[in-house]
Design a protein around this ligand. Structure first.
Ligand code: NOJ
Length: 560
């Protein structure tokens, strides 16, 4: 039976490699996470989403799985996993695992078998095709990680499809045996106590019949990659997810969130409407593209567009659940990105971003380190670890100009910014490991760390705790209407959350300056008092007509 617990839940994402290392090998692990469960609980979150912890050769840090039923050795054992589940559940926290089933690792037994011969029973688990007569790949699709999406394999003189790295071959979901394997994997983890899944690139699982060539128009689609429109939201997406729901997701009190890059509003609703039994929610990415050209090149945040996108997803019918996030393991850090790289007044800005996002309707996500204001790093070329970045450098390395440009882009955009070790204290390696960390620690750890933040009553961390405690259990926030105001305003994000005769009126200032504010004409109410703010009570004026302070976020409780 589904209780839909995610409707009033805040989810904390952990990137296990970078969270806490218990054994000094420089890599975060399950015992490390277990040692921090009280910290996680103290935040006031309700669930933890773990990026993949399954066996993997780590070509893409675990998003390339070689055994879906076992734990990556660097992270620990199945017994550690069971201890983690118990530790979470004992504290009333749920566990969401990453379900990476668009592709496997090329070291998965299925793929190893599949590549042996054309008549191997596992051959059809993947996409194997003859090349074009002129020794070219079967079609012109591009990999999300640079280069063609096909790799030639001489054993059988055919190519296999990989939308990510060549060590991540795509599974063929049109094969019912593959779908049954996925169902079995889900049920295996549900039986071990997992409460849900974040479904990796789930919109890519159904490919268009015949795998037709992409066209140049696709460079202007929601993902500038040849082939994208032929594998994103393919013909059987809804059918396959529904099947997975019937045979796995719906059998337990679960929640699912699909990583849904490229999904349209209509398709999203058709997939997460409570009445259709597919997913419970999806991550969409348009709002985190409002400061980019062609999804790649950084530019000034288009704030009005950013608000418009968020508002659009807030308009999803109430039988579906939006999600809210600014950070994850694929995104650079949110401060000062979403305040247009204004480096001043950090504490206020980071707190404001929290309120601006989390007063909306939906399930909010916090990414490890966001709660203490971790930031991007001034990486040198040799510091990067991520396969996407290193592939680009390999590709453009010989061209000085392109290399310089790529470096500039990655200093703002690289996924590695989110993957530096968690900053626990100001001791060596930020208290993350007693060994040599697998990736560099952000040198600002001596000032930005959990220990310091816990001590400082005005820290970002303590505001997160206060805000999450405030947010909990409020019907107006869970299901109230969302009414935007001043949509064209370039500095303020203003909206009302209303349910019957009660509302929360939210004013957030995205610039580090005073901004004049007038109450919208249709806002008539009996009383309004400050419910929560990142400024002290005495500093905030009456709602009717006032100046909004630099990076202020104030929520008024309104009675009609
Ligand atoms: C999306 C994940 O978030 C990302 O980290 C990964 O590289 C790709 N999917 C491939 O699994």
């Amino acid at each position: 039976m589904k209780t839909r617990w995610y409707k009033d839940a805040v989810i904390y994402q952990i990137y296990p490699r970078s969270f806490c290392d218990s054994n000094g090998d420089g890599i975060g692990d399950l015992q490390g996470i277990i040692s921090k469960l009280d910290y996680i609980k103290s935040l006031g979150v309700d669930a933890v989403w773990l990026s993949p912890i399954y066996k993997s050769p780590n070509d893409d840090n675990g998003y390339d799985i070689s055994d879906y039923r076992d734990i990556q050795e660097d992270f620990g054992t199945l017994d550690d996993f069971k201890e983690l589940v118990k530790g979470l559940h004992d504290r009333g926290l749920k566990l969401i695992m990453d379900l990476v089933v668009n592709h496997t690792s090329d070291e998965h037994m299925w793929f190893k078998e599949s590549r042996k011969s054309k008549d191997n029973p596992y051959r059809d688990y993947y996409f194997w095709r003859k090349g074009k007569s002129d020794k070219k790949p079967p079609n012109n699709w591009m990999s999300n990680f640079v280069g063609p999406a096909w790799e030639y394999d001489k054993t059988t003189d055919e190519y296999y499809l990989h939308l990510f790295s060549k060590k991540q071959p795509d599974l063929n979901w049109d094969n019912p045996k593959v779908r049954q394997e996925v169902i079995d994997i889900c049920n295996y983890w549900f039986e071990l106590g997992v409460d849900g899944f974040r479904c990796d690139v789930i919109t890519y699982i159904s490919k268009e019949k015949g795998l037709p060539d992409g066209s140049f128009k696709e460079f202007f689609s929601s993902m500038p990659l040849l082939g994208f429109t032929h594998y994103c939201m393919g013909p059987n997406y809804h059918k396959y997810i529904h099947e997975l729901n019937l045979h796995a997701f719906s059998k337990y009190d679960t929640m699912t969130v699909g990583e849904a890059s490229g999904i349209t509003y209509k398709d999203a609703f058709e997939s997460i409407d409570e009445n259709v039994q597919e997913l419970d929610s999806v991550f969409t990415f348009e709002h985190v593209s409002a400061d980019m050209i062609l999804q790649v090149f950084p530019k000034k945040l288009n704030f009005v567009k950013f608000k418009k996108i968020l508002t659009h997803w807030q308009e999803l019918p109430k039988t579906s659940q939006p999600t809210m996030f600014l950070e994850n393991h694929d995104q650079p850090r949110s401060w000062p990105r979403f305040v247009n790289y204004c480096w001043d007044n950090k504490e206020k800005a980071a707190k404001m971003l929290l309120v601006a996002m989390q007063m909306q309707r939906g399930t909010p996500y916090i990414y490890e380190g966001q709660e203490i204001g971790m930031t991007n790093v001034n990486f040198k070329v040799e510091d990067y670890k991520d396969i996407l970045t290193t592939n680009v450098f390999k590709k453009v390395g010989n061209n000085k100009l392109l290399m310089k440009f790529a470096q500039k882009v990655f200093l703002k955009r690289a996924r590695d910014h989110a993957r530096t070790p968690m900053q626990w204290d100001d001791t060596k390696n930020a208290g993350f490991t007693s060994g040599e960390p697998w990736m560099m620690v952000n040198p600002n750890y001596t000032e930005v760390n959990v220990k310091q933040s816990e001590k400082d009553p005005n820290s970002i961390l303590n505001f997160y705790k206060k805000f999450l405690a405030f947010r909990k259990g409020k019907d107006v926030i869970i299901s109230g209407d969302y009414i935007p105001y001043y949509e064209k305003n370039k500095k303020l994000f203003v909206y009302n959350r209303k349910l019957k005769d009660k509302a929360y009126f939210v004013i957030c200032n995205f610039v580090n300056k005073d901004v004049k504010f007038k109450l919208p004409k249709d806002m008539k109410f009996a009383s309004a008092k400050v419910a929560i703010s990142n400024y002290e009570d005495g500093e905030i004026g009456a709602l009717e007509s006032r100046i909004i302070k630099p990076f202020e976020a104030t929520v008024y409780e309104v009675q009609y």
